[in-house]
Design a protein around this ligand. Structure first.
Ligand SMILES: Nc1ncnc2c1ncn2[C@@H]1O[C@H](COP(=O)(O)OP(=O)(O)OP(=O)(O)O)[C@@H](O)[C@H]1O
Length: 356
């Protein structure tokens, strides 16, 4: 039997990005203020390998959550995938075409939303921006009308169309940005933290729209996010990045099997526990594979879902009268990610110095 080979829509091979900055050196800076020395003295540079030799594949129709702690290298990677940054080395191919060599063709076929940048015209009503984008992307008039009607059916957008972009709330603007990014029906959409700082209702609208376009058109979605709701509700694939390297690349279900199969014992310590966290850690020091940390005024003990230790731990805590209140529950994705990110540390440091 012949098996059809699934071809990746995005293939990334050995991708690297190095940021370079001038190293502050007060002594040299002072000398460089003398014009002749400025010409002679070389500058010291520091380098940061923000993306460190990563490779991955994304298939048509995937919704990929690109996750990791602050400074891990997610946005830098997305900027390379969207042609905003030229990779220091490595290769990006989209449907078999090399991004660096055929950039313009590729850019017409993607949609991009970066939270801090806007593709809409600040002073103009939303509809005018949409009309301008329609002309730029040469979207057929009838297709555009149909798309606007469809947008309204999904997310009730008509009431925002006459409002100047500058007067939209953050959530309304983000929704309009995402709709704008889909006007030319790209096959891939990149979203950099699309739900950051938004309330639950607008988050849900945005997630609904993403789900509908993914299901209807098999649009591939690559989304960087710190919101566990985005991951749970949208992603079928997770790429976890830390210090510029890939720490996990696989399905969301496997990710949850590997990392999410955890139980939480959450205790509110009695006032008698003067140094709560340390005392609890000492009491439970004989148990392996448990995480103990503080969140708000609770002490969290996280361990494997199927661990035989749960009842033993609870009786030790009870015997020592450690808590006023106790909650036992399966860990949420957020509770899995927080200590994971904390342990990872996220950012790489500027580490190499060279002259030039
Ligand atoms: N323009 C820049 N110049 C120098 N260093 C940069 C620049 N942009 C990012 N960096 C550094 O590169 C590393 C990766 O940053 P990046 O923005 O890609 O991380 P991120 O995973 O997207 O983080 P966050 O979740 O906070 O957005 C960080 O150490 C960051 O300080």
């Amino acid at each position: 039997m012949r098996c059809a080979k699934i071809m990746s829509e995005i293939t990334v091979k050995n991708l690297e990005y190095i940021y370079k900055r001038v190293k502050n050196n007060n002594h040299k800076s002072l000398l460089r203020s003398i014009p002749i020395l400025n010409l002679v003295l070389k500058r010291d540079f520091e380098k940061l390998k923000a993306v460190d030799n990563i490779s991955f594949n994304i298939n048509k129709g995937d919704v990929v959550a690109f996750i990791g702690p602050n400074g891990a290298g997610k946005s830098t990677t997305i900027k390379m995938l969207t042609g905003l940054l030229e990779p220091t080395s490595g290769e990006i191919s989209i449907n078999g075409f090399n991004l660096q060599k055929e950039k313009n063709k590729y850019l017409k076929n993607i949609g991009v939303v970066f939270g801090q940048r806007t593709q809409l015209w600040w002073e103009l009503p939303v509809m005018d921006s949409f009309n301008l984008l329609k002309d730029i992307y040469e979207v057929d008039e009838q297709e555009f009308k149909d798309r606007m009607k469809w947008y309204n059916e999904i997310v009730n957008i008509n009431k925002l169309l006459d409002i100047p972009v500058k007067n939209l709330s953050l959530g309304q603007r983000m929704l309009c940005e995402i709709l704008a990014s889909f006007l030319h029906k790209p096959s891939i959409i990149f979203l950099d933290e699309p739900t950051i700082g938004l309330d639950v209702s607008i988050k849900n609208k945005i997630r609904k729209f993403i789900t509908v376009i993914n299901k209807t058109y098999k649009t591939t979605i690559v989304i960087t996010t710190h919101d566990s709701g985005d991951i749970e509700k949208l992603a079928n694939k997770v790429i976890l990045i830390n210090k510029g390297s890939i720490a996990y690349d696989g399905t969301f279900l496997d990710f949850m099997k590997m990392y999410g199969n955890k139980k939480i014992i959450q205790i509110k310590p009695t006032f008698k526990l003067s140094n709560g966290l340390e005392e609890i850690k000492k009491m439970l020091s004989s148990f392996r594979n448990i995480d103990i940390y503080v969140e708000s005024d609770w002490i969290i003990i996280k361990l494997d879902q199927n661990s035989d230790n749960i009842s033993k731990i609870i009786s030790i805590l009870q015997l020592n009268k450690t808590f006023d209140d106790i909650i036992i529950k399966p860990a949420t994705l957020e509770e899995v990610l927080v200590p994971m990110y904390y342990n990872y540390g996220g950012e790489k440091q500027y580490d190499k110095t060279e002259n030039s």
